[in-house]
Design a protein around this ligand. Structure first.
Ligand code: PAF
Length: 302
């Protein structure tokens, strides 16, 4: 078994390290020779800091344009990049290659499921938090857990989890992935745009001044989920969001990190998706719409 990882950012690096620590061969698919050189300068090791402990995990690297078959593919690119990134390596996928999508956002998974209908395809969500300290040097900000479920029949026939994932020294749970994707979408839609626009860590959302906006935001998201036939959590979304903001109080959300680094955000796949579904069902979502417009404006795309 050999996992290739498409999207060697913080989450891709974290799971490359976790697979490597479980004794599984891992190759990062890198976009440029410069990135490969950076990894070489670190003796082809990923460094993962967890509290006082630092693990050095050997990994190999290939360029996306290289040839050579891929039997197991983990996709951790940004959601908006994933369909194009997968097209770029499609010719390397062996028949029956296992594919796992581990990303924020909703909608792109279904698009990929259509294009790659002949391959066993799983999707997952993770609550692990990780920060990039330097190229290929990561710091674990929260162990979290990872939920995975089959997206198509071909995957369901292979098993609840793709090859090797039960061996990770990390909580990996086989799940009803549709519900899990909606749950993660709802949490991200509540936390990410607000923290990005405020330039504040997740825990600051607990302050009373943000409660009215957060409450309205959560109610809108719940209404959209319900119109789409999805029940989110057993308790109100607001309670869940406050708990996650507390558990990840020091974290800067991925959207805030993207903003700070001048990168494109996943707003279209998160709040954009919520607003599009609201439109489809004739629902008003003014708070989500305002956040969507503000983030798009700040990205310079308005
Ligand atoms: O996108 C993120 O940053 C994370 O999914 C979450 C849960 C909001 C924690 O920061």
């Amino acid at each position: 078994m050999h996992w290739h990882i498409l999207g060697a950012g913080a989450i891709g690096g974290l799971f490359a390290a976790r697979l490597g620590l479980a004794g599984i061969d891992v190759s990062l698919l890198l976009r440029s020779p410069q990135r490969r050189e950076q990894l070489k300068q670190q003796a082809n090791r990923l460094s993962l800091q967890d509290g006082d402990r630092v693990e050095e995990v050997p990994v190999s690297a290939e360029l996306i344009d290289d040839q050579g078959p891929i039997s197991h593919l983990l996709v951790t690119t940004k959601a908006y990049d994933s369909a194009a990134a997968m097209e770029s390596i499609a010719s390397r996928l062996q028949p029956g290659a296992q594919i796992l999508l581990l990303q924020n956002g909703y909608g792109h998974q279904q698009q990929i499921a259509q294009t790659f209908a002949n391959w066993p395809l799983w999707a997952g969500i993770t609550t692990s938090g990780v920060r990039r300290l330097a190229p290929f040097q990561l710091k674990l900000a929260g162990e979290g857990e990872t939920r995975i479920g089959p997206l198509n029949q071909a995957a369901a026939l292979c098993g609840a989890l793709p090859d090797g994932w039960h061996r990770l020294k990390h909580r990996v749970i086989a799940t009803d992935i549709e519900r899990a994707l909606w749950q993660k979408l709802a949490i991200n839609a509540a936390i990410n745009p607000l923290t990005a626009l405020l330039d504040r860590p997740n825990g600051d959302l607990l302050e009373a001044q943000y409660r009215p906006q957060l409450t309205a935001l959560c109610q809108e998201i719940e209404a959209v989920a319900s119109a789409c036939g999805q029940s989110l959590f057993d308790n109100p979304l607001l309670d869940q969001v406050l708990k996650i903001a507390e558990d990840t109080a020091e974290n800067r959300s991925s959207m805030l990190e993207d903003f700070s680094a001048g990168r494109r955000t996943e707003i279209d796949q998160i709040t954009g998706f919520i607003c599009a579904e609201a439109d489809r069902h004739g629902l008003e979502t003014p708070v989500n719409r305002e956040l969507l417009n503000a983030v798009v404006y700040r990205q310079g795309r308005a």
